[in-house]
Design a protein. Structure first.
Length: 170
């Protein structure tokens, strides 16, 4: 039953949207085109922030800065029983999901995916967010400049996700 529902969900959704448009006498295709145009304008507005974040994450990872920072933070991390192998992933995750995934795959090669550190890293990537990426994309797309409690709240949520990953897996 669940497999059938999964296969039928997209066709049913599309059918619902088209039916709703026909019943309410809306020009569905014109609405779609207007939405696509608006989406492209948002992409153009957000692209500089996205390119800057992706470039910065790539430069930090390629330069070895993240490894050096991980080595420096390994001692304080050990004091709070945080695996030193997770420090670079934790820092990169705040900026870039793809870079954090690359570090995760490197961790899998050295530690293994079924190791406690590998499982903690997997849970951590699933239960945290790319804070700076999301804030720059979402707030940048609607020109919000004052984030107020968003950044502290995002850091608290990320810290809870990291703590839960380490507590559950290590």
């Amino acid at each position: 039953m669940m497999e059938w529902i999964s296969r039928m969900l997209i066709p049913l959704t599309v059918g619902y949207i088209i039916s709703f448009g026909l019943i309410s006498r809306r020009p569905v295709f014109d609405d779609f085109l207007d939405g696509a145009k608006e989406g492209m304008q948002i992409v153009v507005g957000v692209l500089p922030s996205l390119l800057g974040l992706m470039t910065a994450a790539g430069v930090l990872r390629s330069s070895g800065f993240m490894d050096a920072l991980g080595d420096v933070l390994a001692v304080p991390a050990a004091r709070i029983h945080f695996p030193a192998e997770l420090v670079p992933i934790t820092l990169v995750r705040l900026v870039s999901n793809s870079a954090a995934t690359g570090l995760l795959l490197d961790l899998f090669k050295t530690e293994g995916p079924d190791s406690p550190v590998g499982m903690a890293a997997s849970v951590m990537l699933c239960s945290t967010e790319t804070v700076f990426y999301c804030i720059s994309i979402y707030f940048g797309s609607v020109q919000v400049s004052k984030t107020r409690y968003t950044i502290p709240g995002a850091f608290v949520a990320t810290a809870v996700g990291i703590w839960a990953a380490v507590a559950l897996c290590c």
